[in-house]
Design a protein around this ligand. Sequence first.
Ligand SMILES: Nc1nc2c(ncn2[C@@H]2O[C@H](COP(=O)(O)OP(=O)(O)OP(=O)(O)O)[C@@H](O)[C@H]2O)c(=O)[nH]1
Ligand SMILES: [Mg+2]
Length: 353
Amino acid sequence: MEVLTSILDQRAKRKHSDKIDRIIKQDSKKLWKGCKILLLGSEKSGKSTIVKQMKVMYRNGFSREELLGYRLTIYRNVIESAQAIVNAMQRLGLGPDPVLLANRADADMILDYRIDESPHFTFSQEISLAIHRLWQDSIIPQILAYSSEFDLMDNASYFLSEVLRIGKPDYTPTVADVLFAQRRSVGIVETQFTLGQLSIHMIDIGAVSCDRRKWIHYFEYVTCIMFCAALNEYDQVLEGGQNRMSESLVHYESVANSRWFRRMSVILCFTKFDLFKHKIPKVPLEDYFPEYTEGPHVYKAARFILSKFIEVSGGMKVHPHFIQASHVVDILPIYGSIKDAILRNALHDAGIF
Ligand SMILES: Nc1nc2c(ncn2[C@@H]2O[C@H](COP(=O)(O)OP(=O)(O)OP(=O)(O)O)[C@@H](O)[C@H]2O)c(=O)[nH]1
Ligand SMILES: [Mg+2]
């Protein structure tokens, strides 16, 4: 009798334990299922580029129609970059090469060129050749040395070097062209994708960020913030004359100390690391942040900038990443940060943290 009771007892215990295991499994599935990430950061800091990368890596990339949808943006990027260079040449009184009269005619053609907004618009052969010749002018390296003093888009060199390919009548943008393209986001863009076991819902607040009422409800049930800051903007100024990086720090501080994000995790993406690496040896960081005293060392300079952000992070748990957002890279470290953020939230909800 005793033996039978013990067997029944053991069965009941196993049943109970199996039930607990099932509940834990279901709960952990729920825990890993949904993750909402809010993308914040200043203008042109790379938010949309990160979304594009996720699309390339986890959502079957871009269809031919979607690639063609970037053609007008890329034409605009090319012509605006060429016009910015010609304007800078004239303002700085530097060229184009006076011996090459053809370059003067090219400069005039570039300044007068207008893009027709029709979806069938393509560059004329004359304009792509004119831009190509301008880009070969011996004065260009001197002009680029002043690029922080005029409004030249970050990836102008990429597009100007590729102008003959872009100028072909049957041009279809490549994925690299799309990642380098600059188009200001308007409105809120939501992207969903699956990363490992996680279903991720990424929300790019874009250029509406000044009107909080429109996006404040997105804070509900947010798992973590992804804040983008462009590393190479330490020597750039906004229209009002403020240093772009100092403004980015002010923006970050207001996010980090907002009651909405208290105790939340932030994935701090320092973008444009590729451009920063080239800039640091040429443009001293100490000219803009005199507290920095360690010279032209890329990693020391990057760590200094990180420390400025950490100083104003309030109670947030910060996961920093230095990346080139425009290059399809292995984003596993960011994936690790997202998982950590989910775990922290779960521990916090359980009252453990
Ligand atoms: N070289 C380089 N270019 C980058 C990087 N990250 C972003 N860019 C470029 O910077 C420009 C602006 O990037 P976006 O992703 O559009 O910036 P955003 O934050 O969405 O800008 P808004 O929509 O205006 O708020 C684009 O031309 C990108 O290709 C990077 O890490 N390296
Ligand atoms: Mg954007």
